[in-house]
Design a protein. Structure first.
Length: 387
Protein backbone atom coordinates (compact mmCIF):
# COMPACT_ATOMS: atom_id res chain seq x y z
CA UNK A 1 0.00 0.00 0.00
CA UNK A 2 1.46 3.37 -1.03
CA UNK A 3 1.85 6.30 1.36
CA UNK A 4 -0.86 8.94 0.91
CA UNK A 5 -2.97 11.00 3.27
CA UNK A 6 -6.29 12.72 2.61
CA UNK A 7 -7.53 16.31 2.49
CA UNK A 8 -11.31 15.91 2.66
CA UNK A 9 -13.80 18.63 1.63
CA UNK A 10 -17.31 17.78 2.79
CA UNK A 11 -20.81 19.07 3.23
CA UNK A 12 -21.20 20.60 6.69
CA UNK A 13 -20.51 17.78 9.17
CA UNK A 14 -21.12 17.82 12.91
CA UNK A 15 -19.09 15.04 14.48
CA UNK A 16 -20.79 15.47 17.87
CA UNK A 17 -24.44 15.06 16.81
CA UNK A 18 -24.27 11.29 16.36
CA UNK A 19 -26.17 11.39 13.04
CA UNK A 20 -25.13 8.76 10.47
CA UNK A 21 -23.61 10.07 7.24
CA UNK A 22 -21.71 8.42 4.40
CA UNK A 23 -18.76 10.84 4.69
CA UNK A 24 -18.44 10.41 8.47
CA UNK A 25 -18.54 6.62 8.24
CA UNK A 26 -16.01 6.36 5.40
CA UNK A 27 -13.59 8.91 6.84
CA UNK A 28 -13.60 7.12 10.20
CA UNK A 29 -12.68 3.86 8.45
CA UNK A 30 -10.04 5.41 6.17
CA UNK A 31 -8.39 7.02 9.21
CA UNK A 32 -7.39 3.59 10.47
CA UNK A 33 -4.63 3.43 7.85
CA UNK A 34 -3.81 7.06 7.01
CA UNK A 35 -4.09 10.62 8.29
CA UNK A 36 -7.09 12.70 7.26
CA UNK A 37 -7.96 16.38 7.57
CA UNK A 38 -11.58 17.27 6.82
CA UNK A 39 -12.72 20.80 5.95
CA UNK A 40 -16.28 22.01 6.51
CA UNK A 41 -17.60 24.45 3.86
CA UNK A 42 -16.91 28.16 4.47
CA UNK A 43 -19.56 30.42 5.94
CA UNK A 44 -21.29 33.05 3.78
CA UNK A 45 -19.26 36.27 3.75
CA UNK A 46 -22.01 38.54 5.09
CA UNK A 47 -22.40 36.47 8.25
CA UNK A 48 -18.62 36.37 8.77
CA UNK A 49 -18.07 40.10 8.24
CA UNK A 50 -21.02 40.95 10.44
CA UNK A 51 -19.74 38.85 13.35
CA UNK A 52 -16.09 37.92 12.62
CA UNK A 53 -15.26 36.83 16.18
CA UNK A 54 -18.23 34.47 16.18
CA UNK A 55 -16.57 32.53 13.35
CA UNK A 56 -12.97 31.84 14.41
CA UNK A 57 -10.97 29.18 12.55
CA UNK A 58 -11.01 25.96 14.53
CA UNK A 59 -9.00 22.73 14.34
CA UNK A 60 -9.78 19.72 16.51
CA UNK A 61 -9.15 15.99 16.53
CA UNK A 62 -12.12 13.69 15.94
CA UNK A 63 -10.23 10.42 16.50
CA UNK A 64 -6.76 9.03 15.95
CA UNK A 65 -5.50 10.20 12.52
CA UNK A 66 -8.65 12.23 11.82
CA UNK A 67 -8.86 16.03 12.27
CA UNK A 68 -11.58 18.51 11.42
CA UNK A 69 -11.15 22.17 10.44
CA UNK A 70 -13.58 25.11 10.35
CA UNK A 71 -12.49 27.92 8.03
CA UNK A 72 -14.08 30.72 10.05
CA UNK A 73 -13.04 34.24 8.99
CA UNK A 74 -9.95 32.93 7.15
CA UNK A 75 -11.99 31.92 4.10
CA UNK A 76 -15.48 33.51 3.94
CA UNK A 77 -17.57 32.44 0.98
CA UNK A 78 -17.78 35.01 -1.86
CA UNK A 79 -19.55 34.37 -5.17
CA UNK A 80 -19.22 37.16 -7.75
CA UNK A 81 -16.69 39.52 -6.18
CA UNK A 82 -13.63 38.49 -8.22
CA UNK A 83 -11.01 40.37 -6.19
CA UNK A 84 -12.38 38.98 -2.93
CA UNK A 85 -12.47 35.46 -4.39
CA UNK A 86 -8.81 35.70 -5.40
CA UNK A 87 -7.69 37.09 -2.05
CA UNK A 88 -9.60 34.52 0.01
CA UNK A 89 -8.49 31.74 -2.36
CA UNK A 90 -4.85 32.67 -1.76
CA UNK A 91 -5.48 32.70 2.00
CA UNK A 92 -7.12 29.27 1.78
CA UNK A 93 -4.14 27.86 -0.10
CA UNK A 94 -1.71 29.18 2.53
CA UNK A 95 -3.91 27.79 5.30
CA UNK A 96 -4.06 24.32 3.70
CA UNK A 97 -0.27 24.21 3.27
CA UNK A 98 0.25 25.31 6.88
CA UNK A 99 -2.13 22.66 8.24
CA UNK A 100 -0.44 19.93 6.16
CA UNK A 101 2.94 20.85 7.68
CA UNK A 102 1.47 21.15 11.19
CA UNK A 103 -0.20 17.71 11.07
CA UNK A 104 2.53 16.01 9.04
CA UNK A 105 0.29 15.04 6.14
CA UNK A 106 2.53 13.62 3.44
CA UNK A 107 1.51 13.42 -0.23
CA UNK A 108 -2.16 14.16 0.46
CA UNK A 109 -4.85 13.52 -2.13
CA UNK A 110 -8.05 15.58 -2.40
CA UNK A 111 -11.40 13.95 -1.58
CA UNK A 112 -14.51 16.00 -2.41
CA UNK A 113 -17.81 14.81 -0.90
CA UNK A 114 -20.13 16.40 -3.39
CA UNK A 115 -19.63 19.74 -5.18
CA UNK A 116 -19.97 21.98 -2.12
CA UNK A 117 -16.32 23.12 -1.95
CA UNK A 118 -15.31 22.66 -5.59
CA UNK A 119 -14.61 26.42 -5.84
CA UNK A 120 -11.40 25.75 -3.91
CA UNK A 121 -9.88 23.64 -6.68
CA UNK A 122 -8.45 26.48 -8.81
CA UNK A 123 -6.67 27.86 -5.72
CA UNK A 124 -5.00 24.61 -4.59
CA UNK A 125 -1.90 22.88 -5.98
CA UNK A 126 -2.74 20.15 -8.50
CA UNK A 127 -2.99 16.75 -6.81
CA UNK A 128 -4.73 13.44 -7.30
CA UNK A 129 -8.43 14.28 -6.86
CA UNK A 130 -11.35 12.04 -5.89
CA UNK A 131 -15.02 12.96 -6.23
CA UNK A 132 -17.52 11.02 -4.09
CA UNK A 133 -21.17 11.42 -5.18
CA UNK A 134 -23.42 10.00 -2.47
CA UNK A 135 -26.49 11.73 -3.93
CA UNK A 136 -27.79 13.53 -7.00
CA UNK A 137 -26.94 16.98 -5.71
CA UNK A 138 -28.81 18.90 -8.40
CA UNK A 139 -32.05 17.56 -6.92
CA UNK A 140 -31.33 19.39 -3.65
CA UNK A 141 -32.51 22.61 -5.27
CA UNK A 142 -35.67 21.67 -7.15
CA UNK A 143 -37.24 25.08 -6.53
CA UNK A 144 -34.12 27.21 -7.11
CA UNK A 145 -32.86 27.02 -10.68
CA UNK A 146 -30.01 29.44 -9.92
CA UNK A 147 -28.66 27.10 -7.24
CA UNK A 148 -29.08 24.11 -9.52
CA UNK A 149 -27.02 25.83 -12.20
CA UNK A 150 -24.39 26.72 -9.61
CA UNK A 151 -24.23 23.03 -8.62
CA UNK A 152 -23.87 22.00 -12.28
CA UNK A 153 -20.98 24.47 -12.73
CA UNK A 154 -19.19 23.09 -9.70
CA UNK A 155 -19.59 19.52 -10.96
CA UNK A 156 -18.23 20.52 -14.37
CA UNK A 157 -15.19 21.92 -12.57
CA UNK A 158 -14.80 18.66 -10.64
CA UNK A 159 -15.17 16.64 -13.84
CA UNK A 160 -12.17 18.49 -15.27
CA UNK A 161 -10.00 17.98 -12.18
CA UNK A 162 -11.05 14.54 -10.84
CA UNK A 163 -8.95 11.46 -11.46
CA UNK A 164 -11.65 9.09 -10.15
CA UNK A 165 -15.31 9.56 -9.21
CA UNK A 166 -17.29 7.26 -6.91
CA UNK A 167 -21.07 6.87 -7.15
CA UNK A 168 -23.27 5.12 -4.56
CA UNK A 169 -25.64 3.74 -7.21
CA UNK A 170 -25.41 2.46 -10.76
CA UNK A 171 -27.86 5.08 -12.06
CA UNK A 172 -25.83 7.83 -10.39
CA UNK A 173 -22.68 6.42 -11.98
CA UNK A 174 -24.37 6.77 -15.39
CA UNK A 175 -25.24 10.39 -14.55
CA UNK A 176 -21.59 11.13 -13.72
CA UNK A 177 -20.46 9.62 -17.03
CA UNK A 178 -22.94 11.88 -18.84
CA UNK A 179 -21.34 14.81 -17.00
CA UNK A 180 -17.96 13.87 -18.50
CA UNK A 181 -16.31 12.31 -15.44
CA UNK A 182 -13.63 10.14 -17.09
CA UNK A 183 -13.22 7.33 -14.53
CA UNK A 184 -16.33 6.37 -12.52
CA UNK A 185 -16.51 3.56 -9.95
CA UNK A 186 -19.65 2.15 -8.33
CA UNK A 187 -19.42 2.00 -4.52
CA UNK A 188 -22.72 1.71 -2.61
CA UNK A 189 -23.27 2.67 1.00
CA UNK A 190 -22.56 0.32 3.88
CA UNK A 191 -23.34 -0.26 7.54
CA UNK A 192 -21.54 -0.10 10.87
CA UNK A 193 -21.63 -3.80 11.72
CA UNK A 194 -19.78 -3.26 15.01
CA UNK A 195 -22.66 -1.06 16.18
CA UNK A 196 -25.56 -3.22 14.99
CA UNK A 197 -24.18 -6.72 15.52
CA UNK A 198 -22.88 -6.73 19.08
CA UNK A 199 -23.76 -9.84 21.04
CA UNK A 200 -25.62 -8.19 23.94
CA UNK A 201 -29.32 -7.46 23.50
CA UNK A 202 -29.79 -3.76 24.34
CA UNK A 203 -32.52 -2.82 26.83
CA UNK A 204 -35.76 -1.48 25.42
CA UNK A 205 -35.79 2.35 25.28
CA UNK A 206 -38.30 3.80 27.74
CA UNK A 207 -40.09 5.91 25.13
CA UNK A 208 -41.31 2.88 23.18
CA UNK A 209 -42.13 0.54 26.06
CA UNK A 210 -45.77 1.65 26.04
CA UNK A 211 -46.15 1.08 22.27
CA UNK A 212 -47.75 -2.31 21.49
CA UNK A 213 -46.62 -4.67 18.74
CA UNK A 214 -46.45 -4.97 15.79
CA UNK A 215 -44.19 -1.94 15.47
CA UNK A 216 -43.45 -0.71 11.95
CA UNK A 217 -40.39 1.57 12.06
CA UNK A 218 -39.13 4.33 9.80
CA UNK A 219 -35.63 5.40 10.88
CA UNK A 220 -34.16 8.46 9.19
CA UNK A 221 -35.01 11.98 8.17
CA UNK A 222 -38.42 12.86 6.75
CA UNK A 223 -37.85 14.99 3.64
CA UNK A 224 -39.65 16.02 0.47
CA UNK A 225 -38.77 12.65 -1.06
CA UNK A 226 -40.52 10.67 1.72
CA UNK A 227 -43.87 9.16 0.71
CA UNK A 228 -45.92 10.58 3.59
CA UNK A 229 -49.26 9.84 1.89
CA UNK A 230 -48.40 6.13 1.77
CA UNK A 231 -47.73 6.17 5.52
CA UNK A 232 -51.14 7.73 6.08
CA UNK A 233 -52.80 4.96 4.07
CA UNK A 234 -50.90 2.22 5.91
CA UNK A 235 -51.73 3.64 9.35
CA UNK A 236 -55.40 4.08 8.40
CA UNK A 237 -55.74 0.63 6.81
CA UNK A 238 -54.23 -1.23 9.79
CA UNK A 239 -55.03 0.62 13.05
CA UNK A 240 -53.45 -2.17 15.14
CA UNK A 241 -50.06 -1.54 13.53
CA UNK A 242 -47.99 1.04 15.35
CA UNK A 243 -45.90 3.29 13.06
CA UNK A 244 -42.77 4.51 14.85
CA UNK A 245 -40.75 7.38 13.33
CA UNK A 246 -37.19 8.00 14.54
CA UNK A 247 -35.43 10.98 13.01
CA UNK A 248 -35.81 14.67 12.28
CA UNK A 249 -38.25 16.18 9.80
CA UNK A 250 -37.27 18.82 7.27
CA UNK A 251 -40.15 19.58 4.90
CA UNK A 252 -40.30 22.75 2.82
CA UNK A 253 -43.46 22.44 0.71
CA UNK A 254 -46.80 23.40 2.23
CA UNK A 255 -48.51 20.34 0.73
CA UNK A 256 -46.06 17.93 2.36
CA UNK A 257 -46.33 19.79 5.67
CA UNK A 258 -50.11 19.35 5.63
CA UNK A 259 -49.69 15.64 4.91
CA UNK A 260 -47.19 15.31 7.75
CA UNK A 261 -49.55 17.09 10.16
CA UNK A 262 -52.34 14.69 9.15
CA UNK A 263 -49.99 11.75 9.76
CA UNK A 264 -49.03 13.01 13.22
CA UNK A 265 -52.70 13.22 14.25
CA UNK A 266 -53.30 9.47 13.77
CA UNK A 267 -53.51 7.54 17.05
CA UNK A 268 -51.22 4.70 15.92
CA UNK A 269 -48.42 7.02 14.72
CA UNK A 270 -45.56 7.82 17.11
CA UNK A 271 -43.09 10.58 16.18
CA UNK A 272 -40.08 10.14 18.49
CA UNK A 273 -37.77 12.68 16.87
CA UNK A 274 -34.00 12.53 16.49
CA UNK A 275 -31.98 9.99 18.44
CA UNK A 276 -28.23 9.56 18.60
CA UNK A 277 -26.96 7.01 16.10
CA UNK A 278 -25.41 4.99 18.93
CA UNK A 279 -28.92 4.42 20.34
CA UNK A 280 -30.54 3.30 17.06
CA UNK A 281 -29.66 -0.43 17.52
CA UNK A 282 -31.66 -0.45 20.78
CA UNK A 283 -34.73 0.80 18.90
CA UNK A 284 -34.12 -1.53 15.95
CA UNK A 285 -34.01 -4.53 18.27
CA UNK A 286 -37.53 -3.80 19.52
CA UNK A 287 -39.38 -3.21 16.23
CA UNK A 288 -40.87 -5.81 13.90
CA UNK A 289 -40.47 -4.38 10.38
CA UNK A 290 -38.40 -1.56 8.90
CA UNK A 291 -39.78 0.50 6.04
CA UNK A 292 -38.15 2.85 3.53
CA UNK A 293 -40.75 4.78 1.52
CA UNK A 294 -39.65 7.23 -1.17
CA UNK A 295 -41.22 9.07 -4.07
CA UNK A 296 -39.84 7.36 -7.17
CA UNK A 297 -39.63 10.64 -9.07
CA UNK A 298 -37.45 12.28 -6.38
CA UNK A 299 -33.68 12.30 -5.74
CA UNK A 300 -34.20 9.04 -3.82
CA UNK A 301 -34.15 7.27 -7.22
CA UNK A 302 -30.36 7.81 -7.30
CA UNK A 303 -29.54 7.02 -3.68
CA UNK A 304 -28.23 4.04 -1.75
CA UNK A 305 -30.45 4.12 1.39
CA UNK A 306 -28.43 3.85 4.60
CA UNK A 307 -31.50 2.88 6.62
CA UNK A 308 -32.05 -0.30 4.58
CA UNK A 309 -28.54 -1.55 5.36
CA UNK A 310 -29.10 -0.81 9.05
CA UNK A 311 -32.45 -2.61 9.14
CA UNK A 312 -30.81 -5.69 7.62
CA UNK A 313 -27.83 -5.52 9.99
CA UNK A 314 -30.33 -5.60 12.85
CA UNK A 315 -31.93 -8.69 11.27
CA UNK A 316 -35.25 -6.97 10.57
CA UNK A 317 -37.44 -7.58 7.52
CA UNK A 318 -37.53 -4.55 5.22
CA UNK A 319 -40.27 -3.24 2.94
CA UNK A 320 -39.07 -0.51 0.59
CA UNK A 321 -39.85 1.43 -2.56
CA UNK A 322 -38.22 -0.32 -5.57
CA UNK A 323 -35.53 2.25 -6.34
CA UNK A 324 -32.68 0.66 -8.33
CA UNK A 325 -30.31 0.10 -5.40
CA UNK A 326 -33.05 -1.62 -3.38
CA UNK A 327 -33.94 -3.85 -6.33
CA UNK A 328 -30.25 -4.86 -6.55
CA UNK A 329 -30.54 -6.32 -3.02
CA UNK A 330 -32.76 -9.10 -4.38
CA UNK A 331 -34.83 -11.15 -1.94
CA UNK A 332 -33.25 -9.46 1.09
CA UNK A 333 -35.90 -6.73 0.76
CA UNK A 334 -39.65 -6.78 0.06
CA UNK A 335 -40.55 -4.11 -2.51
CA UNK A 336 -43.85 -2.31 -3.10
CA UNK A 337 -45.02 0.74 -5.05
CA UNK A 338 -48.68 1.39 -4.18
CA UNK A 339 -50.13 1.83 -0.67
CA UNK A 340 -52.07 -1.42 -1.06
CA UNK A 341 -48.90 -3.28 -2.00
CA UNK A 342 -47.11 -1.86 1.04
CA UNK A 343 -49.85 -3.12 3.35
CA UNK A 344 -49.69 -6.59 1.75
CA UNK A 345 -45.88 -6.74 1.85
CA UNK A 346 -45.71 -5.67 5.50
CA UNK A 347 -48.21 -8.41 6.35
CA UNK A 348 -46.06 -10.90 4.41
CA UNK A 349 -42.89 -9.69 6.16
CA UNK A 350 -44.50 -10.13 9.59
CA UNK A 351 -45.75 -13.58 8.66
CA UNK A 352 -42.51 -14.92 7.14
CA UNK A 353 -40.02 -13.57 9.67
CA UNK A 354 -38.00 -16.20 11.53
CA UNK A 355 -34.64 -16.57 13.37
CA UNK A 356 -33.18 -18.18 10.24
CA UNK A 357 -34.23 -15.26 8.04
CA UNK A 358 -32.87 -12.79 10.59
CA UNK A 359 -29.48 -14.49 10.51
CA UNK A 360 -29.44 -14.44 6.70
CA UNK A 361 -30.02 -10.69 6.75
CA UNK A 362 -27.21 -10.13 9.27
CA UNK A 363 -24.78 -12.20 7.22
CA UNK A 364 -25.69 -10.25 4.09
CA UNK A 365 -25.14 -6.96 5.91
CA UNK A 366 -21.78 -8.18 7.24
CA UNK A 367 -20.50 -8.36 3.66
CA UNK A 368 -21.48 -4.71 3.17
CA UNK A 369 -19.75 -3.17 6.17
CA UNK A 370 -18.12 0.26 6.06
CA UNK A 371 -14.82 -1.47 6.70
CA UNK A 372 -15.19 -3.44 3.46
CA UNK A 373 -16.33 -0.32 1.60
CA UNK A 374 -13.22 1.57 2.76
CA UNK A 375 -11.00 -1.31 1.58
CA UNK A 376 -12.69 -1.31 -1.84
CA UNK A 377 -12.30 2.44 -2.14
CA UNK A 378 -8.63 2.29 -1.14
CA UNK A 379 -7.91 -0.47 -3.67
CA UNK A 380 -9.50 1.53 -6.50
CA UNK A 381 -7.56 4.66 -5.57
CA UNK A 382 -4.33 2.64 -5.38
CA UNK A 383 -4.91 1.29 -8.89
CA UNK A 384 -5.53 4.79 -10.24
CA UNK A 385 -2.41 6.13 -8.51
CA UNK A 386 -0.34 3.38 -10.10
CA UNK A 387 -1.69 4.31 -13.53
Amino acid sequence: MSEWDVLSFSLRLNWQDGVAHTAKSMLSQLARDRRILNFNPPREWRAVLRHPFAHPPRLYRVQDNLWHFEWGYLYPKFYRQLVAVRVTGFAARMCVQYLCRKLGLSSPIYLFWGPFQADLLPHLPRRFTVYYAYDNFEAYYVEREEWREHTRCRERLLAMHSDIAFAVSQVLADVLREKRFQHVAYLPNGVDTELFMHGDIPPEPTDIQHIPHPRIAYVGGIYEKTSICVFITIASARPVWQLVFIGHSYIRSQEKRRDFQQLCELSNVHILGTRSHSLIPAYMAKVDVGVALFDLDSSAFYCSPLKVYEYLAAGKPVVATPIPEVVNMGDMVYTAETPEQFVAKIEQALREDSPERQQQRREWARQHSWENRAKQMTEIIEQCLQR
